[in-house]
Design a protein around this ligand. Structure first.
Ligand code: AMP
Length: 198
């Protein structure tokens, strides 16, 4: 059983790394962003409610997210542990997650913070959007420079305060997210292997 949190600003590569970890360790990746986007594409009433919040780059209310993730974690595919991608994003979410895990006799084993500077994030977004448009694919409603700037502000003000929370609990590991995808993956694996061996 191993529970991991991937932290970092939008576009830092959390989703990519979470998918790699899912393959390597056989534990489930849970992305709250993907779960919300699935609700939107299925056209559920819940999806309709959250769409405008997501398009503006603001956060969906804590209670809604906590309830959604608590329900999801009950499923069998989470039995070996979870890689959290995009959750928790606020201190109340981090506290709620601790409580949920404690009640199951589990805990967070490691928090990996991917650090990438903001100009690089804007550059990554613009190239991704151009590539998607060139392939004729749909671009996410929140994938534009204005919304990204707001998502970065939201990250700094609402999400970054959870970093000291995990630092205090000696769980935090910083990884340079500017490195190549495979280098980042190797570094995360080294951290986790040390944790698993301890
Ligand atoms: P992401 O795909 O993780 O970048 O999430 C896209 C959007 O979904 C965010 O900008 C938020 O509007 C919403 N969202 C995803 N995860 C959370 C969360 N843990 N708490 C609040 N809002 C979230």
């Amino acid at each position: 059983m191993i529970n991991i949190i991937l932290l970092g600003p939008p576009g830092a590569g959390k989703g990519t790394q979470a998918s790699k970890l899912e393959e390597t360790y056989g534990i489930k990746k849970l992305s709250t962003g993907d779960m919300l986007r699935a609700e939107i594409s299925e056209g559920t009433p819940f999806g309709k409610k959250v769409q405008s919040i997501m398009d503006s780059g603001e956060l969906v209310p804590d209670e809604t997210i906590i309830e959604m993730i608590a329900g999801r974690m009950e499923r069998d595919d989470c039995a070996k542990g979870v890689i959290f991608d995009g959750f928790p994003r606020t201190v109340p979410q981090a506290e709620a997650l601790d409580k949920m895990l404690r009640e199951k006799g589990q805990k967070i084993n490691a928090v990996v913070e991917l650090s990438v500077n903001e100009e690089e994030l804007v550059h990554r977004l613009n190239s991704r959007v151009q590539e998607m448009k060139a392939r004729g694919e749909d671009v996410r409603g929140d994938d534009n420079e204005d919304t990204l700037r707001n998502r970065l502000k939201v990250y700094r003000h609402q999400t970054a305060p959870i970093i000291p929370y995990y630092e205090m609990n000696e769980l935090l590991h910083k990884v340079d997210g500017m490195a190549g995808i495979n280098d980042v993956a190797n570094e995360i694996q080294q951290i986790l292997n040390q944790k698993l061996a301890a």
